[in-house]
Design a binder for this molecule. Sequence first.
Ligand code: KIV
Length: 272
Amino acid sequence: MSTAKEEIKRVTVSTLQAMKESGEKISMLTAYDFSMARILDDAGCEVLLVGDSASNVMAGHETTLPITLDQMIYHAQSVIRGVHRAFVIVDLPFGSYQGNSREALQSAIRIMKESGAHGVKLEGGEEVKESIVRILSAGIPVMGHLGLTPQSIYKFGTYMVRAKEEFEAEKLMKDAKLLDELGCFGVVLEKIPAKLAKLVTDSISIPTIGIGAGPHTSGQVLVTHDLLGLTKDFNPRFLRRYLNLYDDIKSAVEQYIVEVKSSDFPNKKEQY
Ligand code: KIV
């Protein structure tokens, strides 16, 4: 006799590859804690990304640069405890993989060993080739990230759309093909023209996951805090807000304060 838990079919890299091949779109969202991971997994989201955007939305930093490997592992451990089915990917934070490939492998091994995550993501193409090869050779699934790469924000100076110029588009295509050839299981395409994202998706065998890259990628990813309207001041064109939780939570808390002050809470039924 099988239990309900055993019947859950876990999402793997093969599931994601099969989804690209069959044309079924892949849903991916960020998660940084147990409670949210449980809801997203229960809703059927195939991939959860413990993104280094935790540096912004959880810690309040201006960029993704300050978050540490230890902090990413802490978030990943919490997410893994909430997940039964989704494939969980963890961002290698800034400074944990660019220096040399040996350090990159050590960082990836720490994430996999200490959190129980299923794969890692890192930003860049040709520049981080050696790190990717070394991590892959240890049997760790790697996802690439091209286009707008927030860890390089100070090199570019803006969060504007990337690869609009011919030479940038050519480099991005070359990098996407390289990631495919090296054996990455997927690649995030962030904030690039929809036409280019389609061209890349059609030119490589592995799934592409878009954010601000139009509808033709193999799947989509958003920062969950943005989708739920927990953030207020971030309004790029590509973002669709499905809720306005900032205002909903604020109203609920205002109501709570009023009821505490009026001694309306707790009432007779809410006490022992
Ligand atoms: O850290 C993150 O949230 C990401 C997504 C924007 C893809 O890398």
